[in-house]
Design a protein around this ligand. Structure first.
Ligand code: PA5
Length: 462
């Protein structure tokens, strides 16, 4: 397996004017990281950080593979119903590893693996459109909810369940569902137990946004033929690399330390993840949730009020060079840009040499698209460096399961280090709960009081 590499040279002085000095590996940042590392190790031994063990959860992986093998042969479409951490990982895996246009390909082009849809938003147009597109009789619905109670996902389940029953009858409908949920608790678990619907567990100590390498991400990937062993081997290798206490040897430690420093010391709280690959666009959205929901907190771990947390932004190169780059280059100097470069894009597309007489086109001839997109990434990184804007790059040897496994693990470990550096708990999300509770109350859930909402004030309405 080739390592994913992390090049942070464009954050360091003297390459970057005013950048971080060599004391990164010798001064206060090392002391802070040493304490963060120790805090994370304590939580790991206390069993809090279940995501670190997922690469070695062989029993569950075998269970996933067995279900995927059985189901994959039967269904033309697989629909994941899940939101936040219960949907973003599956999307990231699908888009990265199945490649563009997967769902548009013929059965033969997909080697008879099913199409894969990940539906998170309870948008009526999407829900109606979904059921018009798939044939319920040939579709498997993987309902994913750790809590088994999230309004969006439960509403989607009720909607599709009704339609599947109408299409195939109540008895057969059960065979079109697979639940991924808490191993013991929640409404979904209760329904699954009562109706003997197959279920996969989200380990109790694995939270939504840290669940991509649990059955939440693994089942949809496996059912479409992704090699889980390679994915998990990549994650395991990165977990080993990031276990060391020495900052200079720990990629997740360096990532967390530099981004934390950029925020609290340099006034750069906006962290942009910008892969130069369409296949990795959804990874940027996955990271956006991971970084935001884990680090944006009102209280420290000791209960002190704080209002901390960086703002992650998902972008895409080269597309966003034509929308976002102007702001990155010349707008407020409050951002760090993290690029992802794919070193080998796989089968490339060569740009034909036509119009040798037109200089605006002639230079492109004979180069490939892989060369062009990577050159644009390098040019953008250099332009940012020249204007004193910090940036760093993850190099993926290729977009394959091993590299994805490494990247997911690197970012998750960096998130728990960053939590320790900020002094907050990256594993909870109390801020999300209020909107869920208000929704339950407004929608009439028993036992939840309906809140009074302010009526719109006509003075402020045009
Ligand atoms: O990361 C998280 O914990 C959240 O984003 C959850 O994944 C999201 O709210 C969905 O929750 P659940 O899986 O319980 O339906």
């Amino acid at each position: 397996m080739t390592n994913v590499r992390f090049d942070f040279g464009n954050i360091m002085a003297p390459a970057l004017e005013g950048g971080v000095g060599e004391d990164l590996f010798g001064g206060a940042m090392v002391d802070a990281f040493t304490a963060a590392h120790a805090a994370v190790e304590t939580r790991r031994s206390g069993g809090d950080l279940g995501f670190l063990d997922l690469p070695h959860a062989s029993e569950t992986v075998e269970q996933v593979k067995a279900l995927a093998d059985g189901f994959g042969q039967w269904f033309e479409d697989v629909v994941v119903l899940g939101i936040g951490g219960s949907g973003l990982g599956a999307k990231a895996l699908r888009d990265a590893l199945l490649g563009p246009y997967w769902n548009d390909r013929s059965d033969e082009e997909r080697d008879h693996f099913p199409r894969l849809h990940v539906v998170d938003n309870p948008d009526p147009a999407t829900m109606r459109g979904l059921m018009e597109r798939v044939s319920p009789a040939r579709t498997l619905f993987n309902v994913v909810s750790k809590s088994g109670a999230t309004a969006e996902t439960m509403a989607q389940y009720l909607f599709v369940r009704q339609q599947v029953e109408e299409a195939v009858g109540a008895e057969k409908a059960r065979g079109h569902f697979l639940f991924t949920t808490d191993p013991a608790n929640g409404a979904l678990r209760r329904i699954g137990d009562a109706e003997e619907i197959p279920m996969l567990p989200v380990p109790e100590n694995v939270g939504g946004r840290f669940s991509v390498l649990s059955p939440v991400g693994l089942l949809p990937a496996a059912i479409c033929g992704v090699d889980l062993d390679e994915l998990l081997a990549g994650a395991a290798a990165m977990e080993t690399r990031c276990r060391v206490a020495e900052l200079s040897q720990n990629p997740a430690g360096v990532l967390a330390s530099l981004l934390h420093h950029s925020d609290v010391t340099e006034g750069r709280p906006i962290h942009v993840l910008m892969p130069y690959s369409d296949r990795l666009r959804s990874v940027a959205f996955w990271f956006q949730q991971l970084w935001a929901e884990s680090l944006g907190k009102a209280r420290t771990v000791t209960g002190q009020p704080t209002a901390t947390g960086p703002t992650p932004v998902a972008a895409l190169g080269a597309t966003d060079q034509h929308s976002f780059l102007q702001l990155l280059m010349e707008g407020p100097d409050d951002k760090v840009v993290l690029f992802i470069e794919v070193e080998n894009h796989g089968p490339d597309a060569v740009i034909p040499g036509r119009h040798p007489e037109i200089k605006e086109l002639a230079y492109l001839g004979g180069h490939s698209f892989g060369e062009l997109i990577n050159t644009e990434r390098r040019a953008t990184a250099e332009a940012l460096r020249r204007t004193g804007r910090p940036n760093a790059t993850f190099y993926l040897p290729e977009v394959d399961p091993a590299a994805l496994g490494q990247l997911f693990m690197l970012m998750q470990i960096a998130t728990v280090y960053a939590g320790a550096l900020y002094g907050v708990d990256p594993m909870d999300q109390p801020g999300v709960e209020l909107s869920k509770k208000l929704t339950y109350g407004l929608m009439g859930r028993e036992g939840v009081e309906a809140p009074d909402l302010l009526e719109p004030d006509p003075r402020w309405m045009l």
